[in-house]
Design a protein around this ligand. Structure first.
Ligand code: ATP
Ligand code: MG
Length: 574
């Protein structure tokens, strides 16, 4: 491709509304443009990189035995009602109406469509196992579309669905996808980590996420450097901390009310004149679950993990109570709440509180707290359960070493679903003994557009993107510093260009009549892996300059330019 013939609108200035580096670079390097929040157009360079990521995904899916299909993005809401997700996923479902006012759904994912397809096609165990995949546009009504392609309203996903005759067979299908994902991210030049994940609204048995460690990530993952336990903090567990009751705590005292005017936070109670450490306080939160209030108790220095609460409640349909609902339930406002003497509400308490004695909590009377609370004696706990969010430094559940918590971008997700969707949508088969069984399903997603941006988030420097060769929009940028057609420089450039094209190399010839510095800046911003610069001075000595984007520089004989460039790319072209 000749630069002047394509469309690469690079930007000098950083666009004001791009918050994270990869989003800025996508815009500045002329890969994408925003239509409106959460909706982007891929420009020619962006499409080239995207197609390369897609091609890696496709090759690895094919290699793993998955079969490519293409399902409709527009779906009937009935199948979502059948699976129960019309309600549970309603927050992200885009709904549209046709001319007859009938409602449709724009697919955020395709378990329902896939299970309906198999309901019609599947009859015998002999047809199994099967795994189907597609690379297609998904729609999600995200609360906060942001960070460019990272969290968009419309994005490209590779989604795959496996069907097996038994749990053991499903495990094999799962492992194949797990292995394929590891290869995909490696081939994309990404350092991914695999973490245990919460199954959330998908339902199902267990799952893993593929994460790219990055400050800009919207997820937090906990990992143990000793035993390699790694989990999304939504799922992560740590060992229950030792009770924080100091040995000197006076035992046997009964709860005692004391005035705390104006104190409504854990933090305020740690200060003078009270000096109650946060780990000696009980945090009481009111949630509404299917219209009913419940109380959730945590140690004052711990945070609630809502995914774990969902697990304990068996539903994801709950929300924090509003102040009037809280007052109606406990007769006090947030900041003065507690569970002592509460019998009319279910009380879910975090395991870290189990041994708590001599604790301080709200008195359910504005401006008052209770001290000397012994949880087992004074609070009627309905269920003890792990509810707290794991923090860095806590002891690994598996080996006890300190956990590290870091931010990461979720690029892929594999789920072992079980029979939830096959039962709901009748994806049944006859087993060897002629009994009808629901197929055991798995589902596997890769955010293709998010992966593209994650690559940029991980591969860059102060000058711009550093594309891994496998996904670079062009691998070689050929930069003549004189573009007059009859100049020796341009003639050599044309010759090398033709040769690289003939060798099947993705090369772009920067034939713009611009200053060298300007052309170099653009090629560094875009991040082509190799640049061949041809200038009059070096050519007088019969040489050209080859530079990799990661900094290696060589002066080579003009006639060896192609060989050397390929060598520096690590490509063996014949
Ligand atoms: P998230 O937790 O980031 O909202 P998710 O867990 O809901 O994502 P999945 O249903 O697991 O997403 O979808 C599979 C993959 O699709 C994700 O791993 C992610 O890479 C990608 N993805 C999901 N939502 C978006 C989005 N709004 N924009 C871009 N990519 C997305
Ligand atoms: Mg996910």
């Amino acid at each position: 491709m000749r630069w002047t013939q394509t469309f690469i609108p690079t930007l000098k200035e950083t666009p004001a509304d791009a918050e994270i580096l990869s989003h800025k670079l996508l815009l500045r390097a002329g890969l994408i443009r925003k239509l409106t929040a959460g909706l982007y157009t891929f420009l020619p360079l962006g499409v080239r990189a995207l197609r390369k990521v897609e091609q890696i995904v496709r090759q690895e899916m094919d290699r793993a035995g998955a079969l490519e299909v293409l399902m409709p993005a527009l779906q009937p809401p009935e199948i979502w009602q059948q699976s129960g997700r019309y309600e549970s996923a309603s927050a992200v479902l885009f709904k549209v109406r046709d001319r007859a006012k009938k409602e449709w759904v724009l697919g955020p994912t395709h378990e329902e469509v896939m299970a309906s397809l198999m309901a019609g096609e599947l009859s015998s165990y002999r047809q199994l196992p099967k795994n189907f995949y597609q690379i297609q546009t998904k729609f999600r009504d995200e609360i906060r579309p942001r960070f460019g392609l990272m969290r968009a309203k419309e994005f490209i996903m590779k989604d795959a669905y496996s069907f097996d005759a038994s749990d053991e067979a499903a495990q094999i299908s799962y492992q194949k996808m797990y292995d394929a994902y590891a290869r995909i991210f490696e081939r994309c030049g990404l350092r991914a980590m695999v973490v245990e994940a919460d199954t959330g609204v998908m339902g199902g048995k267990f799952s893993h996420e593929f994460m790219i460690p990055a400050e800009a990530g919207e997820n937090e993952v906990a990992c143990c450097e000793r035993c390699h336990y790694a989990a999304n903090v939504e799922k992560a567990a740590s060992q229950t901390p030792d009770p924080s009751t100091p040995a000197s705590a006076p035992l046997g005292l009964m709860p005692e009310k004391f005035a705390t005017p104006g104190v409504t936070t854990i933090e305020a109670l740690t200060r003078s004149p009270f000096h109650v450490p946060a780990d000696r306080q009980i945090k009481s939160l009111v949630y509404i679950v299917e219209d009913k209030p419940i109380l959730v108790l945590l140690r004052g220095d711990h945070q609630l993990n809502e995914a774990k609460l969902a697990g304990a409640l068996g539903t994801a349909v709950f929300r924090p109570a509003e102040p009037p609902e809280i007052f109606a339930a406990l007769n006090a406002h947030p900041g003065s709440l507690g569970a002592v003497g509460v019998q009319h509400l279910a009380v879910y308490a975090d395991e870290a509180l189990r041994e708590g004695a001599g604790m301080t909590t709200g008195a359910n009377e504005d401006g008052f707290h209770l001290r000397h609370v012994d949880i087992r004696r004074d609070i009627q706990v309905t269920q003890w359960v792990e509810l707290r969010l794991v923090r860095g430094g806590e002891a690994c559940v598996k080996c006890g070493s300190p956990l590290k918590v870091q931010r990461a971008i979720e690029v892929g997700h594999v789920f072992k679903l079980g029979t939830k969707y096959s039962k709901a949508l009748n994806a049944l088969f006859l087993d060897e003994s002629g009994r009808q069984q629901p197929a055991v399903m798995g589902s596997y997603g890769i955010g293709v557009t998010r992966t593209l941006q994650a690559i940029i988030e991980q591969c860059n420097d102060k000058d711009g993107i550093i594309w891994p060769i496998s996904v670079a929009p062009y691998t070689v940028c050929l930069t003549p510093l004189n573009v007059a057609p009859d100049s020796a420089v341009m003639k050599l450039a044309e010759k090398i260009y033709a040769e690289l094209l003939q060798r099947g190399v993705d090369v772009i010839l920067d034939d713009r009549d611009e200053r060298p510095g300007f052309k170099f800046k653009d090629s560094e911003l875009i991040g082509f892996p190799v640049r061949i610069a041809i200038g009059e001075k070096s050519l007088a000595k019969g040489e050209v300059e080859i530079k990799t984007r990661s900094g290696e520089l060589r002066l080579v004989k003009a006639e060896q330019a192609v060989e050397k460039a390929l060598e520096m790319l690590g490509i063996r072209h014949s």
